[in-house]
Design a protein around this ligand. Structure first.
Ligand code: C2E
Ligand code: MG
Ligand code: MG
Length: 755
């Protein structure tokens, strides 16, 4: 009989048959061939079975397949669980173990098949066995952290839970055990505990995030800085900045941290109470797995013993960092003590205020490093010249103060001693100072005020010394002056004058007068422009009075600029008339004006705006101007010379012109100072000087003009010695421009007064 299965029911039946056969015969039986008859018989038997049962069996089969699928999924999930899971029967034999369990216990599936949990874990502690037994009795056992000592002595940690599982009959079939290896977590916690203990060290510590925001500080941090954790957290470390390190310092520090992950060094920080203190700071960047800095750890310890730190702080507060001399703070303190001592002893003391002449030029021309070198040397010379009991302090810049006590009970004697001390200091500083790039000669101006008792406060004494110093500067520098009440009046007047000058400039109270300059025959060859200030309703103010104020206040720059414009304008007017078109106008230029970086442009613009001819403009410079930074002076002069402008040295003979560089300057004229001319008739020295200047000018190929010529005798002497040009009251006093015009036009040329 042919065995065929044609319907889907038949296919199911066939599968069921094969299973029955397998059950009966214990192995797979092929339904075809020999067995086909038997199969057919069985098949028939099934055929006879009730349809309902068959359908039920079909459904069961499908459910079984579905169940297998679900089982597979569950198995996957259980295998992937981060904890080890085992199912044990009542005898603690393994029914199931997930992959994690096998991994954690370093077991293969073969190692546990048919074995009991006790056999697989021979070192299992008794308490666990007891717990498993309690589970069989229905308890659920667990432990959050359990240490397992490994055979090699190391400790591993687990978190476990054991609970019974129940068979269909409701009896506990065994135990399900879930165990999680928490060794790594325990190690990390341990590290954290160690770090936490270390964090509470005696050194101040702070942790910031990558942006520098403080996340954590320790107790020592609070003790040192005064900021509690609550006050510091959330702020940045800039909270501690003392301002003693500049931007470059911090930039270099952060560059090192970013580059090397670490920086350490000395730093000054500020406490909450404002006090600053030195510390040794170490900063480390903490990186994440990909190497990005996520946090910074800062540790700071005091630099040395607290006494040393305190000494440093005191030094900073009371001593000048450049020269190590006491600063203003300490000086005032000592001055107070000196006043009290003087009140007790009845002896005079003195405050000497020193300022270096033209120190700014050293800084400008030789650089600040050389300037500093010079200040240090001056400080040494001051200290070296004085007695141990005298105090020297640096107020800042190039200003020094010397405090001498116990001079004398007589004011006049005390003043003499103070003057002697000042003179010694002046000479000591005046010696050439060896510096990088060559020795330098510098002189001081010194203001002195005396004190006895406590009538005047320390501040008042310093102000008085300052006024005396001002006078010393005014008297030509490298000079000593004492304070007296009259000086105060002068100072007050200066302040008033400065305000007045500003107004004068703004409101057109300035004007130029012109004084004729004549040749050997008395013919007018030019004039000198001389500045005048005419305040409304008041007497005209002499430039000898207000020019020094303008120079000190810097007003000389705008004033000088106005003079140049006005003088050039006058030249342009003269150029229009044949009588005056050849006149050369001399204009006085102050050092401060000449050194302006845009001086050349200023002169050019004055010429351009007025249309004046450069060859008719002569600039009068003083010898002191020529002394500073000769090379730069020559460059400026050459640039102007190339435009056609001439140069004269004013007041020649009163300064310290060196022949060596006089030769190098593009000069046209030397102007003999009127102080030599004045006494020509009576002073043999002046005669000698004048003759020397005339012959010097001759040998240098320069013209020579004498100023302040008032008498015929003076003129004759000068003429006899070769002077070719003159200026002075003999030829005309300075006056408005139209006075020159009149003199020239009326034919009453200045020389007319001569003959
Ligand atoms: P200085 O350049 O040496 O000018 C000569 C001074 O001598 C002028 O004084 C002039 O009036 C005066 N003088 C001329 N002839 C005689 C004379 O025969 N006898 C006497 N006793 N004096 C005579 P002034 O006008 O008072 O000027 C004083 C100083 O003020 C000038 O000395 C100059 O250094 C300065 N000065 C004047 N105008 C200016 C200016 O526009 N700019 C600058 N920077 N300084 C100026
Ligand atoms: Mg002059
Ligand atoms: Mg002069």
């Amino acid at each position: 009989m042919e065995f065929t299965l044609s319907t889907s029911d038949d296919k199911i039946k066939h599968r069921l048959l094969r299973r029955q056969l397998r059950r009966i015969f214990g192995s797979e039986i092929e339904p075809e061939g020999y067995w086909s008859t038997l199969l057919q018989a069985v098949s028939d038997a099934y055929h006879d079975a009730d349809n309902e049962r068959q359908l039920l069996e079909n459904a069961l089969e499908v459910s079984a397949m579905e169940l297998t699928e679900t089982n597979k999924k569950l198995r996957l999930i259980i295998d992937a669980a981060p904890a080890g899971i085992v199912m044990l029967d009542r005898e603690m034999r393994y029914l199931f173990a997930n992959r994690r369990w096998l991994q954690d216990h370093r077991l293969n599936i073969q190692d546990i098949v048919g074995k009991s949990h006790y056999e697989a874990s021979p070192t299992m502690p008794a308490r666990w066995k007891e717990a498993l037994q309690r589970c069989l009795a229905g308890a659920t056992e667990s432990c959050e952290e359990d240490a397992i000592v490994q055979p090699d002595g190391s400790v591993e940690w687990v978190r476990w839970e054991a609970r019974p599982w129940y068979a269909a009959d409701g009896v506990a079939g065994g135990v399900i055990l879930i165990a999680e290896d928490i060794t790594e977590r325990k190690r990390a916690e341990e590290q954290l505990r160690i770090a936490a203990v270390a964090f509470q060290s005696r050194d101040g510590m702070l942790v910031t995030d990558a942006r520098g925001t403080i996340l954590q500080v320790n107790q020592a941090f609070t003790q040192v800085t005064g900021y509690s954790a609550e006050e510091a957290i959330g702020r940045t470390a800039a909270l501690l900045h003392s301002g003693r390190q500049d931007v470059t310092f911090y930039r270099t520090m952060w560059e090192a941290i970013t580059r090397e992950g670490h920086w350490e060094g000395e730093i000054w920080n500020r406490r909450k109470d404002g006090g600053i203190y030195p510390e040794w700071l170490s900063i480390s960047g903490i990186r994440d797995a990909v190497g990005r800095i996520t946090h910074y750890l800062g540790t700071f310890s005091s630099i040395s013993d607290p006494k040393e730190a305190e000494r440093k702080i005191l030094e900073l507060a009371f001593y000048d960092s450049l020269t190590s001399l006491p600063n203003r703070h300490l000086l005032l303190d000592r001055l107070q003590q000196a006043l009290a001592a003087s009140a007790r002893s009845g002896q005079f003391g003195a405050v000497l205020l020193l300022d270096l002449d033209h120190f700014k030029t050293v800084n400008d021309t030789r650089g600040h490093a050389v300037g500093d070198e010079l200040l240090i040397e001056v400080a040494c010379r001051l200290s070296g010249t004085l007695r141990e009991t005298d105090s020297t302090a640096r107020l800042g810049g190039d200003e020094f103060v010397v405090l001498v006590e116990g001079l004398h009970t007589e004011q006049a004697v005390a003043a003499t001693i103070a003057e002697t001390i000042a003179e010694k200091l002046r000479l000591a500083i005046g010696q050439p100072i060896p510096l990088q790039g060559g020795a330098r000669h510098i002189t001081p101006s010194i203001g002195i005020t005396l004190f006895r008792g406590q009538d005047k406060g320390a501040d008042t004494l310093l102000k008085q010394a300052d006024i005396a110093l001002y006078q010393a500067k005014d008297a030509g520098r490298n000079t000593i002056r004492f304070y007296n009440a009259a000086m105060q009046a002068v100072v007050d007047m200066r302040v008033e004058m400065e305000a007045g000058l500003r107004r004068a400039l703004a409101e057109g109270e300035l004007l130029l007068h012109y004084q004729p300059q004549v040749d050997a025959n008395g013919g007018m060859i030019g004039a000198e422009a001389l500045l005048r200030w005419q305040p409304p309703g008041q007497a005209m103010v002499s430039p000898a009075v207000f020019i020094p104020v303008a120079e000190d206040s810097g007003l000389i720059v705008p004033i000088g600029s106005w003079v140049l414009d006005t003088a050039c304008h006058q030249l342009a007017i003269w150029a229009k008339s044949p009588a005056t078109r050849n006149l050369v106008l001399s204009v006085n230029i102050s050092a401060g004006q000449f050194r302006q970086p845009d001086f050349i442009d200023e002169v050019k613009s004055a010429l351009q705006h007025s249309g004046a001819h450069p060859a008719h403009l002569k600039l009068e410079l003083t010898e002191s101007l020529l002394l500073e930074d000769v090379e730069k002076v020559i460059r400026t002069m050459m640039a102007l010379r190339n435009l056609g402008i001439g140069f004269a040295i004013d007041d020649f003979g009163t300064g310290y012109s060196s022949l060596a560089y006089l030769k190098r300057l593009p000069l046209d004229q030397l102007k003999i100072d009127q102080s030599f001319v004045r006494d020509i008739a009576i002073d043999a020295d002046d005669r000698a000087i004048v003759t020397a200047i005339i012959s010097l000018a001759g040998s240098l190929g320069l013209e020579v003009i004498a100023e302040g010529v008032e008498t015929v005798a003076q003129r004759d002497f000068l003429a006899a010695h070769g002077c070719q040009a003159y200026q002075g009251y003999l030829y005309g006093k300075p006056g408005p421009a139209d006075q020159i015009d009149q003199q020239i036009r009326s034919g009453s040329a200045p020389h007319a007064c001569l003959f």
